[in-house]
Design a binder for this molecule. Sequence first.
Ligand code: KMH
Ligand code: ZN
Length: 274
Amino acid sequence: MGATTLITVAPTGAESAKADVPALPVTLDELVQTAKECEAAGAAVIHVHIRDDDARPTLDPSRLRDTVTALRESTGLIVQLSTGGAVTDPYEDRLRVLDAEPDMCSLTCGTVNFGDDVFMNPWSFMVELYERTLELGIVPEFELFDLGHITSLRRLLDKHGLPYGGHVHCDLVMGVPGGMPGDARTLVAAVEALPEGATWSATGIGRTSLPVLFAALSAGGHLRVGMEDTVTFAKGRPVTANVQLVERAAQAAHLAQRPPMPPTEARALLAIEP
Ligand code: KMH
Ligand code: ZN
């Protein structure tokens, strides 16, 4: 078990509408402000989805580039762009995300029912995205929504070798309606199935957020929190800013005697160039 806890913030996502969730950061200014606050509160990685001028999810290449640049200029956070996008995004657009040259990108290891929708990640797409990360020198974070995704991750590593930098880092995304449940026994089962030497974080969607946070800390893992995953701080209390969730995660990490990991240490762990 490591001595510190890597905290990733996922501030926006592609699912919530600004009209329904006014605290959601959707402009570049809002995102940069959020990133600064979350870094000060203990986050080391930011998982980024961006929005267009109408606050709708977009994978526009020049906006992505501007976002990476702005986050680098304003923070020391590791910038991880989402290649998942929204469920409606075509594969070509999702592949093109890497052209924005982030430090990291998400790489989901299989298709999953996603509420009423389907989040498509067929094997051929996974392989193409993985090969591109290797070519471009971008470190992937393997997103695992279900136990079967771990089988596909192992197959990917067997057939195509280790990721850029040589270290495998995963994120268990739990509690999606259609994916694995967000509870302690499923988390333990998933962690036991991970490739040897892999590090991992976990996040619980919606009301599974806290059970997964506590289970992950207890099992020696890292944390992802943010309004992509939950917009409710407690029953009847909406999240008013992402930093609330990061502060709570940092407090829990301190209590667990594994305080938040600074971005420099996170870069070394994830084999990301300084
Ligand atoms: N928005 C979801 C369909 C990722 O960022 O890579 C997919 C997602 C995963 O959020
Ligand atoms: Zn995402």
